[in-house]
Design a protein around this ligand. Structure first.
Ligand code: SAH
Ligand code: F3S
Length: 433
């Protein structure tokens, strides 16, 4: 009987890709198969996120539960960003943890598995990071790393500490990986990096200086590849050439993530984001002028240290002007080893909660207004998931999730769908024959 692996993945798409790589390595080298049953597992892995404080606190309570429920002799490993930043401390606080493997070290999974109490959290450059396994949890969509780490120093962000210096993966390796995924049946690729449109800033060796716009052009030449998505681009690097390529290249999905963080130029400066409120709005205007059908999503942090009522009003002002299609919003959470950790002008927690609720309520209203216009519209949908009650769901080019009645024959297929019912997170439709 094969050994069983239970893996929990938290955080961003990069963590999902890291998990795919670990699942594949453990399968090929160690004979593991995945299981959803914790009690049946011989190895339990938690692939963690440390961007905010809450998931870190949750980790230790969850580890306690896993340790109680696990079967006799099962191993527990902690991977990902929290592993990188806490390192040995995890084993000190939870001595039953067998190994700790940082976000940048996932290729070493089968090495640490056989060492007692191994802690592998080095963030230096290592070429093994470039050769991820072909295995993908979804055969329809291939996540592909294009760069690792982040060179920005946003004062709130722990990622540069956990994922290290930014290195771009050579474009020929990315194109090869994309070609293989397409040959295996994927019609969509999803390019990943903390700062994708800074691609080409630094390569590990001598290599032609290809930038992100050029990488997109080269990838879109792959025959049978129909959709290209990416996350996350940085508003600072959204130059005209990039926006124009985005708009005119038919393979690039017309959905852009533009992490605003704050609408106040003063707060943006304190965050060291490198752009102003005006620049952000200017980029949105350029994008919409070139590509009127684009949908725009964002990340917003409220109550960054020193954020005044007037600063928050600026964020609200940008929300009203841009009318984002989707927002991911958070209360500021101080993180170790970041510059803002030492800022003392903390916003009152009650004010922070009020601001978050206000922002989210405003967005819900915007979303409802936008959704009301979806009724009867027709979209091309790429189906990827089987849902309950004989529904199949997929995404539009603009990243709306749509479900229709149907079966697995639809998976991996494109269809024109007319919207017949509206929900906040998912639309319902009918296939047009
Ligand atoms: N480069 C990535 C950032 C990864 S972190 C990107 O642009 O998506 C993902 C999001 O978490 C950030 O955009 C930010 O909105 C949020 N975040 C990061 N650090 C945070 C902190 N200390 N407190 C609250 N939210 C934070
Ligand atoms: Fe973090 Fe800023 Fe990089 S949000 S991941 S330091 S672009």
């Amino acid at each position: 009987m094969s050994k069983k692996l239970f893996i929990e993945t938290l955080g961003c798409a990069m963590n999902s890709r890291d998990s795919e790589h670990m699942i594949a390595q453990l399968h090929e080298r160690e004979g593991y198969e995945t299981t959803d049953d914790l009690k049946a597992a011989d190895l339990i892995l938690i692939n963690t996120c440390s961007v905010r404080e809450k998931p870190v606190a949750k980790l230790f309570s969850e580890l306690g539960v896993f340790n109680k429920k696990k079967k006799e002799g099962a191993k527990i490993g902690v991977c990902g960003c929290t592993a990188s930043h806490l390192g040995e401390e995890i084993i000190k606080r939870a001595p039953y943890v067998n190994f700790v493997l940082g976000a940048r070290n996932v290729s070493k999974i089968s090495e640490v598995l056989h060492k007692d109490r191994a802690v592998e959290v080095d963030i230096n450059y290592d070429e093994s990071e470039f050769a991820f396994d072909d295995f993908r949890t979804s055969p329809y969509k291939a996540y592909i790393n294009i760069s690792i780490g982040c060179d920005k120093q946003c004062t709130f962000c722990i990622v540069p500490k956990t994922r290290g210096e930014e290195i771009s993966i050579p474009d020929n390796l990315i194109i090869q990986e994309a070609q293989k995924a397409v040959d295996a049946g994927a019609k969509e690729i999803f390019l990943l990096g903390q700062n994708v449109n800074n691609y080409g800033r630094r390569f590990s060796g001598d290599q032609e200086k290809v930038n992100f716009t050029e990488l997109l052009r080269r990838l879109s030449k792959i025959e049978k590849l129909e959709r290209i998505r990416f996350t996350s681009p940085h508003p600072f690097h959204m130059d005209d050439a990039f926006i124009e390529e985005f708009a005119k290249n038919p393979k690039i999905c017309k959905s852009m993530h533009m992490p605003l963080q704050s609408g106040s130029t003063k707060v943006l400066k304190d965050m060291k984001r490198g752009y102003t409120k005006e620049w952000f709005i200017n980029r949105v205007e350029k994008l919409r002028a070139e590509c009127p059908e684009v949908s725009i999503s964002t990340d917003i942090i409220v109550a960054f240290p020193g954020e005044s009522d007037a600063d928050f009003e600026d964020t609200i002002d940008v929300m009203k002007k841009v009318r984002f299609d989707q927002i991911f919003s958070f209360k500021y959470s101080p993180r170790p080893e970041t510059e803002a950790e030492h800022y003392t002008n903390i916003v009152d927690p009650e004010v922070a909660s009020d601001r978050l609720s206000y922002l989210q309520a405003l967005h819900t209203q915007i979303l409802d207004e936008k959704n009301a216009q979806q009724m009867g519209r027709v979209y091309r949908v790429y189906f990827e998931d089987l849902n309950a009650d004989n529904y199949v769901s997929g995404r539009t080019d603009s990243n709306l999730v749509v479900k229709v009645k149907g079966s697995e024959e639809l998976l991996g297929e494109f269809r024109d769908v007319k919207i017949t019912a509206i929900g906040r997170t998912i639309l319902t439709g009918e296939i047009l024959e």
